[in-house]
Design a protein around this ligand. Structure first.
Ligand code: EPZ
Length: 420
C-alpha cells in the first residue's frame, strides 16, 4: 500500500493547474444515461472515483474511451439497470445513477450506498422525492428496487435538508419525467448549477438555476442529445492548495480556477490575514506576517464548505490564539483530529465543535488517512511539521486529488510517494 513521506519546513513557490471538479464530473457522467448520443466530457480529473463511475456505466452497458482529460461516453447502449453493491460500496456517489436509470427505463436496482467514515449518509430524501414523482420504492437485501412503469411524473418536492446529490438525482429524474417538477430547498453548489445549465442548454427548461427553488419541465422520456461538456474547476482542490500556500506562508499561484466558487474560502483566509491577487482564471495567495485565529461553521453553498473543514483545522494550528470549528453537516467528520494530535496539535472536541489551540509546534509522525479531506489536512500539517511525516492509507487521497504529491513537488515541497 502506498504512503507519502513528507519533510516539513520548506516554503512553496511557483504555480500549478487545478483539475476539473470530481463532484461536478460524477453527476455529469451519470447524466449520460439520459442521452441518445455519445457525449464528450472534458476537464475530467483522472481520480479513482471518476474511474469507478466510468466502470459502473460500462457494467450497465455503456461504452467509453478516455483520451487526455476527455472521456467519450456512449450510454445509448445501456441495457442493464442494476448498480451492483461491489461498485456502489466503493463510491457512494454511484447513487447518482438512480434517478437517470429510473427515469429512462421505468425501473432499476441500485445498491444502498451504506455509510462511510464521515457519517451514516442516508438517502431517504432521494427516495421520498422519487416516490412523490410516482415511483414505487422497495428496499430489499440491501438494494433500492425502484419502479415507475408509466414513467415518472412531475411533482412538488420540499427537501427537509439541503442535499447535493439528492438535488442532482431529482433534477436528472425530472428531466425525463412528464410535466413540471418544483424542488424547494434545493442545493445551490456550483456542481448543481452546472448540471442544471447543461440540461437547460439541451432541451430541458429549468427555472431558478442557482437558487434554492428549481422548476424543471420534463421531456416525458424523450432522451437528450448533448455533444460535449467541460467540467468546472475543482473548488475544493483549489481551496486545499490555497491552504498549502497559507500554512507554509508562501506565495503560490493556482491556474484554471473559477474564483467565484471560492468566495467563502478566500474571505476566511483574508480574515486570517492572507492577501490575494485575482486574475481571469488564476489566483495568487501571498504570505501573512501573522496568522489570525478564526471561527468556522460549515454550511451549504455559498457558506463555508464542509469539504474544507479539515484543511482549515490544520491551518488553525499555526494561528495566534484559539480557533473554533463547528461541523454542521456530518456527524463524524473530525477523524483528522486524533491524527493531528499525534503530531502535537492541541484540539478539544465538544460534540460537533472543535477548539483548536494555535501556534503549537508540530512534529513529524506516522499518521493514517481516514477519509478524503482528512487525508489532505494531514499532508498540510506535515508540510510545516518538524522532521518527517509519513501519511499512510493514501488511497483515500487518490479518490479525489489528481497527483497531489506531484503538484506539491512542483511547488517545492519535499514529498515522495513510497510503497510499504
Ligand atoms: C456531497 O455529498 C459531496 N459528494 C460531499 O463531498 C460533500 O461533503 C456533501 O455533498 C456536502 O457538501 C458529492 O457531491 C459526490 P448531502 P452528499 O446529501 O450529496 C443529509 C467529498 O469530500 N442527508 O448534501 O452525499 C446527510 O446525512 C465528498 O468530495 C440526509 O439526511 O451530501 C448530510 O448530513 C464528501 N438524507 C446532509 O444531508 C438524504 O437523503 C448533506 O448531505 C441525503 C442527505
Amino acid at each position: 500500500m502506498d504512503y507519502l513521506e513528507i519533510e516539513g519546513g520548506h516554503k512553496l513557490s511557483g504555480s500549478i493547474d487545478i483539475a476539473g471538479a470530481k463532484n461536478a464530473a460524477l453527476p455529469i457522467l451519470a447524466l449520460t444515461i439520459l442521452c441518445e448520443n455519445e457525449v464528450e466530457v472534458c476537464n475530467l480529473p483522472p481520480v479513482f472515483d471518476i474511474k469507478t463511475m466510468l466502470t459502473l456505466l460500462e457494467n450497465l452497458g455503456a461504452t467509453y474511451t478516455f483520451e487526455g482529460d476527455c472521456a467519450r461516453v456512449n450510454a445509448s447502449t445501456v441495457n442493464k439497470t442494476e448498480a451492483k453493491y461491489d461498485i456502489v460500496r466503493k463510491m457512494r456517489a454511484s447513487i447518482l445513477t438512480l434517478g437517470p436509470l429510473l427515469a429512462r427505463f421505468g425501473h432499476c436496482e441500485v445498491s444502498l450506498p451504506g455509510g462511510c467514515a464521515i457519517g451514516q449518509r442516508p438517502i431517504d430524501l432521494h427516495l421520498k422525492a422519487l416516490e412523490l414523482m410516482g415511483a414505487n420504492i422497495e428496499i430489499k437485501q440491501g438494494y433500492v428496487l425502484a419502479t415507475a412503469p408509466d414513467g415518472l411524473k412531475g411533482a412538488t418536492i420540499i427537501f427537509d435538508k439541503i442535499t447535493v446529490t439528492g438535488t442532482e438525482n431529482i433534477v436528472m429524474a425530472a428531466a425525463l419525467a412528464k410535466g413540471e417538477t418544483k424542488i424547494i430547498n434545493a442545493a445551490k453548489e456550483p456542481e448543481v448549477v452546472q448540471l442544471c445549465e447543461i440540461l437547460n442548454d439541451h432541451g430541458v427548461l429549468i427555472k431558478g438555476i442557482g437558487s434554492d427553488e428549481l422548476i424543471i419541465h420534463g421531456r416525458d422520456r424523450t432522451l437528450l442529445n448533448i455533444p460535449e461538456i467541460t467540467v468546472i474547476p475543482d473548488r475544493i482542490e483549489a481551496g486545499t492548495y490555497l491552504c498549502a500556500g497559507a500554512i507554509t506562508n508562501s506565495t503560490i499561484t493556482l491556474n484554471r480556477v473559477n474564483h467565484s466558487h471560492l468566495i467563502s474560502i478566500i474571505l476566511k483566509l483574508q480574515e486570517m490575514g492572507f492577501d490575494f491577487d485575482l486574475r481571469e482564471e488564476s489566483i495568487t495567495i501571498k504570505p501573512s506576517p501573522k496568522i489570525r485565529n478564526m471561527s468556522i461553521s460549515t454550511t451549504e453553498y455559498p457558506g463555508f464548505p464542509t469539504d474544507m473543514q479539515a484543511q482549515f483545522m490544520a491551518l488553525a494550528l499555526l494561528a495566534d490564539g484559539t480557533s473554533i470549528i463547528e461541523e454542521r453537516l456530518f456527524e463524524n467528520r473530525f477523524m483528522h483530529v486524533s491524527e493531528l494530535t499525534r503530531m502535537g496539535a492541541n484540539i478539544t472536541l465538544n460534540n460537533n465543535t472543535a477548539s483548536v489551540t494555535g501556534k503549537v509546534p508540530l512534529n513529524g509522525a506516522d499518521v493514517m488517512a481516514t477519509d478524503l479531506r482528512a487525508s489532505s489536512a494531514l499532508v498540510l500539517a506535515a508540510l510545516v511539521a518538524n522532521g518527517t511525516t509519513r501519511v499512510h492509507r493514501i488511497y483515500h487521497l487518490d479518490r479525489g486529488y489528481v497527483a497531489l504529491e506531484k503538484k506539491l513537488q512542483q511547488l517545492g515541497a519535499k514529498i515522495t510517494r513510497l510503497s510499504e
